[in-house]
Design a protein around this ligand. Structure first.
Ligand SMILES: Nc1ncnc2c1ncn2[C@@H]1O[C@H](COP(=O)(O)OP(=O)(O)OP(=O)(O)O)[C@@H](O)[C@H]1O
Length: 316
């Protein structure tokens, strides 16, 4: 399969702050890539560079085989972007906002109206086509903003936190549009803090941390590598040793790893073995393996490292 977005060795500094350090990413047609990272990890900077809105200090971006640095106009004709900040014209109608972007993308004649109506339908904005954009709710504006990026069915679509402030209906509309576009062959780069959205989109994942991609793969791969299901029992004193099952004692806590489907039986087994000692329990947790837990495990290493660094500077 041909690669439609290639990011190679992209680096970016703001002053002395190295935000991106030699980032490589490839995205194929039809692939949805979820870009995850904590606040300030550099997601927007990376997306903005890939979309030609900011310049990199080093590295290369190719969109549909076109070098985005030496040939930005042609590269941009193959992409659509919905940045984090809303970019709609408040005094124009919804139809005119969409029509303007369709024409900017090179569409002409009756095809413009047809596509405007189609996108409005997809995003549940048909009733609003004749209304000024300023009169829309926050979620409807977010839908319109997304619609403006997808009108020309770009080969590569960048969506930077597209569902922030969107209600359930708006969110579902945006996810449906992303899925439809990917099914038709567009490559989508999707940044979000909502991991359930990435699960719903069955996205592939890249985790950005401290300027580097620190983990990537399918959701199943990341979950299998970095997250496990477990039962955690907390006591108000040292945890007892259990004769049955594979339990690990860690201070006041007992932990047992189990398949996600076995968490319930594992807990029941533990409570039976504990007998009267169950009265000393202060907490019971069933942690299911998930993308969210995998993300915490991947990025949590660094939180500990920060802790160690901090210890060095705290006076004794
Ligand atoms: N124009 C700029 N000038 C200076 N520093 C900037 C600029 N833009 C971003 N930064 C800094 O670069 C880092 C990465 O910012 P960026 O917006 O790319 O992160 P992000 O992962 O998108 O964050 P969020 O999840 O909060 O949207 C942050 O520390 C931010 O403060």
């Amino acid at each position: 399969m041909t690669t439609v977005l290639e990011i190679e060795g992209v680096s970016k500094k703001y002053g002395d702050h190295e935000v991106l350090i030699g980032v490589d990413l490839v995205v194929q047609p039809g692939q949805i890539l979820g870009l995850l990272g904590a606040n300030g990890a550099g997601k927007t900077t990376l997306v903005s560079i890939a979309a030609g809105l900011r310049t990199a200090d080093a590295g290369r971006v190719r969109i549909a085989g076109v070098d985005a640095v030496s040939n930005p106009r042609e590269a941009q004709s193959h992409m659509g972007i919905a940045p984090q900040e809303l970019g709609i014209y408040p005094t124009l109608t919804v139809a005119d906002n969409l029509g303007l972007f369709a024409r900017l993308a090179g569409m002409k004649g009756p095809a413009v109206r047809q596509r405007v109506e189609q996108v409005a339908e997809l995003l549940g904005l048909t009733e609003k086509l004749k209304k000024q954009a300023v009169t829309l709710s926050g979620g409807q504006k977010r839908r319109l903003h997304t619609g403006m990026a997808i009108l020309h069915r770009p080969d590569v679509l960048f969506l930077d936190e597209p569902t922030v402030g969107a209600d359930v209906q708006s969110r579902a509309g945006i996810l449906a549009v992303v899925r439809e576009l990917a099914q038709q062959g567009s490559a989508v780069v999707y940044t979000t803090h909502y991991m359930t959205e990435l699960e719903q989109l069955d996205a592939d994942i890249a985790v950005l941390q401290r300027g580097r991609i620190v983990a990537s793969g399918t959701i199943d791969e990341l979950v299998a590598r970095h997250s496990s299901s477990k039962v955690v029992l907390k006591f108000d004193r040292s945890a007892p040793h259990l004769a049955d099952g594979d339990w690990t004692v860690d201070g006041n806590t007992l932990v047992s790893h189990a398949a996600a489907t076995d968490l319930g039986p594992s807990l029941v087994g533990a409570l039976t073995s504990l007998g009267p000692a169950a009265a000393d329990l202060t907490g019971v947790e069933l942690r299911r393996a998930s993308l969210e837990n995998a993300f915490v495990a991947i990025t949590g290493d660094t939180i500990e490292a920060h802790g160690e660094e901090l210890k060095d500077v705290v006076p004794a």
